[in-house]
Structures are given as C-alpha cells and as structure tokens.
Design a protein around this ligand. Sequence first.
Ligand code: TEU
Ligand code: CA
Length: 533
Amino acid sequence: MLNEKYRGFLRWVVYQIYPRSFMDSNGDGIGDLQGIIQKLDYLKALGVNALWLCPCCQSPNDDNGYDISDYLDIMDEFGTMADMDALIAALHERSMKLIMDLVPNHTSTAHRWFQESRKGRDNPYSDFYYWFDEIPNDWQSAFRGSAWEYDALRGQYYLHSFAVSQADLNWENPAVVQAMQDVVDFWIQKGVDGFRIDVIDMISKDFEKNQNGFGPRLHEFIHALFGREQARLLFTVGESGVQDIDEMARHCAAERQELSTLFVFDHMECGRADKFTPRQDTLRSLRDLLVRWQQETEKHDLFPALFSDNHDQAPMISRIADDQALRYESATDLAAMLYLLKGVPFIYQGQEIGRTAAHYDSIDCFDDIESIRAYRGFCETMPPEEALAKINFGSRDNARRPMAWDTGKNSGFTTGTPWIPLHSRDREINAARDLSAKRSVYRFYQALLRLRTAHDAFLDGAFRVLSSADDPFFIYTRSWKDETWVIVCNFESRQKIRLPFGCEAPALSNLCRHAADGEYLPYECAVARVKKQ
Ligand code: TEU
Ligand code: CA
C-alpha cells in the first residue's frame, strides 16, 4: 500500500491546459482565464478533478509564459488577478484542484530583478543571475546556440539555458531562494493546491563537473521550497531529467519532504530517433517503459505521473499508433494502457478527443521559438522541404494549436483571429464532432475515469503484468483485497488472446466487446473484473 502521505493523490485526475490555446472569451484570439471558466463543466463531466495551467503570469511571451516578468501578477492577455481568483473559486466550488506552473530556474530579462541586476555589480539584485567576465564553459541553450549572452549595460555575460530573454537565476544567492519561497507562499495564499515545477533539476548547477543541472545543492533547494510547513501537503510534480528510480527516490521519498512525484521523460523517445526525426515504432516500446516504472515505483513506495502528451510534444498516438483510419481505437487503447495503472493521470488538452499531430506547408504557420530556431538550423544542411517535414513531425506547436471545440468559425475557439493557425485537422477532430460520434474518445475517457474512481483496485491496487515482452499486446492486472481487474490492450495487429482466468463481461471496451477473451482487432482494448474462484 502506498504511504499515507501520498495515497490521497491517487484520486487526482489532472487535466493540463495551455491557456493560450484553450478558449478565448473576449475575441482577441488568445485563450484566457475566463475561457477556462466557461469550460469547467466540460472538464468536470469528463471526470477530471484537477487542472494544471501552464504559466499564467506576466510575460513578454518569447517562450509563451515560461519567460516570466512578474510572478505575482497575471499575464494581461489572460485576464486579471480577479479572474484568477474567480477561477480558483469556480474550481473549488466544483471540488476541483488547481496546480500552478512554477518556473524557478529563470526569469524573463524583462523581470525587474534582471533589469536591476544588469545595472551593475553593487545593487541588491546584482547576484540574482550568473554573471561572468568571460564565457566560462560551452553550455548550449535548449533552443540552440550558446547559453551565454553578453549584456552591454553590465559589461558581462549571463547564462540563459533557454531563450536569450530567459536568464537563469543564481540559486547560490540566498536572496533568490527567499524570493522564490515568497512566490510559492503568495500562490499558496491564493489557494492553489499544487505546483508543477519547470526544469527543477536545473536550479542547482555544477560548474566543476560542467553540468547545467543536478548540482550539489539541488535537494537543499527543493526542500527549501516545499519542505516548509505551509507547503508540505501540496501536490508537487517536478519536470526533470531524472532517468532512474534511485534518483527519483532521492526527490520523492515521502520522508524527504521534497516533491510528490516527477515527470520522467524516457517514453517521450518512443517513435522517434530525436525530437525532429521519426523512428518506426509501436506501442511495445511504451508498454515496456510503463511496466518498468510501475514495478520500480511500487518497490520504492512512490507513484508515477501517468502521461503521454504535454505542451512540449507532438501527440503520442501520431508517433506509435495509427492517427488516421484507426485514430479512435488508438486514442482509446492508449488511454487504457496508461490511465488504469497506478499513479496520477495527466491528460493534455485535446487528448480526450483524440487529437493528432498537425501538418502545414509553410514555416510561417509556426510560432514556437524552438521550432523556428530548429528550422533555421536544419536549413543550413538540408532542403527546406526536408526541414519543414522535421518541424511538422516534432514541433511543440503540434500541441499548441487552438483547441477545436466545434465545426464553427475558428473551431469555436475564438470569434477573432487566432494567435496561431488552427489545427490542420480541426474540421475532422473537434469536441462537438467527437461527442456526437457513435464512437467517442471523450465518452471512452469519461467511462474509463468513472471506472477508475469507482474501484480501489485502480488506485492503490497491486500491478502485475501478464503479457511478455514479445507479445504484440499488453495485459496487466490491478488487484485490491479479493478483487482483481484485467486490462487487455491489443497493438496494431489482429490477435487471439487467452486469459488464464475467467472474467465477467467487460466493464469497459473501445469496440463493444462482450468477452475479455477471444479475438482482438487492431488497437482493441477491454477491461474486465476477474471472476472469483
Ligand atoms: O521544458 C524544459 C525541457 O525539458 C525542454 O528541454 C523541453 O524539452 C523543450 O520543450 C525542448 O524540446 C520546460 C517547459 O515545459 C517548456 O515549455 C519551456 O520552454 C522550458 O521549460 C523553459 O521554461
Ligand atoms: Ca482572450
């Protein structure tokens, strides 16, 4: 049984919102907080009980909110602090939670702290960032090019692990730790229930080992944020480059008072050789990683964040399943593989209607800083068509197109001009169409989440894998007391599946199966209770 501190979190079902692209309430083409409020009933009906909002604070939007210029104020385009208060109240009224995105590694260079810091070496903010006379190492920005930029006013170089306008904070300075604690406390006062923490591994640097992250003081800093009395009961999920279970335990073991769980990213490489290069792959590779993390987290009294998509990735179904003729089957099969495991489900906006990657014929249809810089880089060594194909495949904009609500003007996202071109398949894939279809991804998610909350086996129940690594399908069980459930998820080929026990008729299936045993069509799945002996 999972330790008491974390057990309650297994009841959370989180929906991730990219506010800019979710719902526009005032016709300026940009999603906003009032737009989110308008859709709360849609989300509640889906069965989610928590929202994670990508950053909503003041920002010049070079990296869409991950470049924060004021942590204590709402981005003008998203609304006002009164709108945020209204959103929090509307959520809590519905017994839903709010998870804020905390960005502690860097601020926008437009932030007052940076503006002060660059003025010289003798002001109170002078050591808030990493300043050097000479470039001290060859660290690269995640968006290409050197991570060091010269600032003429200060006459020194500063570190930016991401865009030039995202300066890394110097956590070695106790005033920075204090400032970020104040940010956390401000949002706790506002009533938020948890945080998703951006690139948490990077807040402690290791200059000696030439490592921009996982530095010697990482755990001390995390503890300084979340080990304090007022923060201990929050749900905290760190975005991190952690790759193994021992490292995860150093962040998440309950007694450490650091983080509740982590986003671990190894399964993001399924179906690709690198972010912009496809690799032939199937659901097998995902299954193997899911199994490994289920077994290891269970052994270490931890729980994983269950996710396949987020705002930085092209949808998983487009990489390792069929996003064309069998799109419905693929989307629902993947959901059954993932969300009946032990952990906290994270559903990225659009996943619940089976959204896929998009396609465009021009780089002008893209907005993302990473994509545009990557495109320019590719064009140095390959023809533009090839470069564009890579961007279409891997661009973060695949996940950032306006949510398609219906088949009306601008897919019901805005009455104005959307800030970024609509999803190329929005006529075919939108919420209204999905909900009125005979086979609806949304209704499958709804049924799945209902089942998940109705039976303790899906929460803290033991996980066992029945299929073997060679099988072209995934079969697992979840057991709690004398109740066992089996989840059968077929992959891309037709298969005969025999189960080693008798089962009741499936409580959930994507193609209306009447028995858990038997022949499965491609991407067919079923969930059934095992008959008691
Ligand atoms: O992403 C951090 C991260 O790990 C990046 O390297 C990520 O893989 C990026 O999208 C490159 O492909 C977080 C946020 O999720 C991302 O949106 C931000 O751009 C980034 O931090 C900087 O704040
Ligand atoms: Ca708006």
